[in-house]
Design a protein around this ligand. Sequence first.
Ligand SMILES: [Zn+2]
Length: 114
Amino acid sequence: MHEFSCAQHLIKVIYQVCKKYQIKKIYKINIKIGSLTLINKEQFVFWLKEGLKDTLAENNQIVTIEEKPEIECKNCGYYGEGNLEFPYMCPKCFSFKIFLKKGDDYYLESIEGE
Ligand SMILES: [Zn+2]
């Protein structure tokens, strides 16, 4: 039920945004999902729709955008796209001393509504 709890978390965020900007109907939701998150997009969208029933417009769109992993190498200073396979390492100097900057998270990018 990984997708369910992720969706629950995002629904909370979406409701907060809707409250803040007084959005009553949502037409479109853009969500970024990192390639390394292992989230099943279909299930994720399904749970989002379930949880947002009251606020979603009928012909709504929930768009998921895949986010490629980005790394920063502590060894050579490389910053950019990283590999998708574990173990994650710097493509330039093959060091394992890297920071994962993007790609292992999911978040709300934008909401369109009124
Ligand atoms: Zn490096």
